[in-house]
Design a protein. Structure first.
Length: 133
């Protein structure tokens, strides 16, 4: 399907990049993290080259964080989750589901990196925020 979209619409088309991103999600679910990162790298470059597309970029960075986490590249995962979180906070708010997903990713990463105090503080803040609802 991706190659058909690429042929018909061109590889410089948002629908093509969305297809790549959806395919990357499938690769993450099936633990093909390297393949997912390849597709997400293309998507990241595409969205970085466009203005007003930070929401798409944030979702790509969130997925990159998950793929890096799956590969146990915790430092890379931490960077991707942090960038995604910053974008979600700037575009939407810290209450956005993507922001919270990135926050939970950071908690997992920090636990793996033995940054237990930071992970606990983040988790406490997330729980406090959720209790406000």
């Amino acid at each position: 399907a991706i190659s058909i979209i690429g042929l018909n619409l061109g590889e410089n088309n948002p629908q093509y990049v969305q297809a790549l991103t959806e395919n990357a999600k499938l690769h993450i679910r099936t633990q093909k993290f390297d393949q997912a990162l390849t597709l997400l790298g293309i998507a990241e470059d595409f969205w970085k080259s466009r203005s007003g597309t930070d929401g798409y970029l944030a979702s790509v960075l969130l997925l990159k964080g998950k793929a890096h986490y799956g590969l146990k590249n915790y430092t890379q995962a931490e960077m991707s989750f942090t960038k995604a979180q910053e974008l979600y906070a700037n575009i939407f708010s810290p209450k956005h589901p993507g922001y919270l997903d990135a926050e939970m990713g950071l908690i997992k990463v920090q636990t793996q990196l033995s940054k237990n105090k930071e992970a606990f503080d983040r988790l406490s803040a997330v729980l406090d925020q959720r209790l406000l609802y």
